[in-house]
Write a protein that binds this ligand. Structure first.
Ligand code: DC
Length: 228
């Protein structure tokens, strides 16, 4: 059994905010693995590393120093804080492509396992309950319809001034395309673990989702004699 609350789900399902709130509520570490894929992809694009397997990619990964910290400086690569930059819209597409590469996944899965083994935590991503921590004591799959997710994503972009005039139709298309890539990729595709609890957030308020996640986590912890 691994002392990890593994939360997976498609982009825009609300899982990041919810996972962060859950960790805060339980006073345990929050680990956002999507931020890692985003940072690696963005940094690789800055350095003109081709998005394909090969010598350049291997060298890039071998030479990279990655640090995961608190909320203010979530992710640093080679000492550079990329926490803000990785939230820009175009980085989503880069991360989606970069995360298809087996050596990138191998690199980050190793990093995530090291990080998650140190202390009880909430770890959130696409393959946490299926690949990274398949023995996690608590597995939750957070989802919502594509339309609801696109609407949320657009509001988020507008609120942060990062929408660049993008239309709802375009955001929906991007959401569907990212779903397709996440589900169809050969390595670590997005899927519901057999023993995961599914939470559909389409018609739930953020407060209700959080309440549900706390209930599930505490129930699972009890079943494993863990105190949360
Ligand atoms: O959750 P997010 O949107 O920040 O994730 C960014 C990208 O990284 C997304 O395309 C899916 C990918 N990802 C992944 O493949 N595996 C993870 N564990 C987390 C994210």
């Amino acid at each position: 059994m691994q002392k990890v609350i593994a939360i997976d789900g498609p982009s825009g399902s609300g899982k990041s905010t919810m996972a962060k709130n859950l960790a805060k509520e339980l006073n345990i570490l929050y680990i956002d693995t999507g931020a890692m894929y985003r940072a690696l992809a963005y940094f690789a694009s800055l350095k003109d590393i081709p998005f394909q397997e090969g010598e350049s990619l291997t060298r890039y990964l071998n030479d990279l120093t990655i640090e995961y910290g608190n909320e203010d400086a979530l992710i640093r690569l080679d000492g550079e804080d990329l926490s803000q930059k990785i939230r820009e819209h175009q980085v989503s597409a880069l991360a989606s492509q970069f995360s298809q590469l087996p050596s990138v996944r191998k690199f980050l899965i190793g990093f995530q396992r090291d990080l998650g083994q140190k202390t009880i935590c909430v770890m959130e991503g696409r393959d946490i309950s299926t690949v990274v921590f398949p023995e996690a004591f608590c597995k939750i799959f957070v989802t919502a319809s594509a339309e609801v997710r696109a609407k949320r994503r657009l509001s988020q972009l507008v609120e942060t001034g990062k929408d660049e005039g993008i239309s709802f139709e375009q955001v929906l298309k991007d959401v569907e395309e990212r779903d397709r890539l996440d589900i169809e990729r050969e390595v670590s595709p997005l899927k519901v673990a057999e023993d995961a609890v599914v939470v559909d957030t389409s018609d739930l308020s953020p407060a209700d989702v959080l309440k549900r996640l706390i209930e599930i986590s505490q129930e699972k912890a009890k079943g494993h004699n863990l105190s949360l």
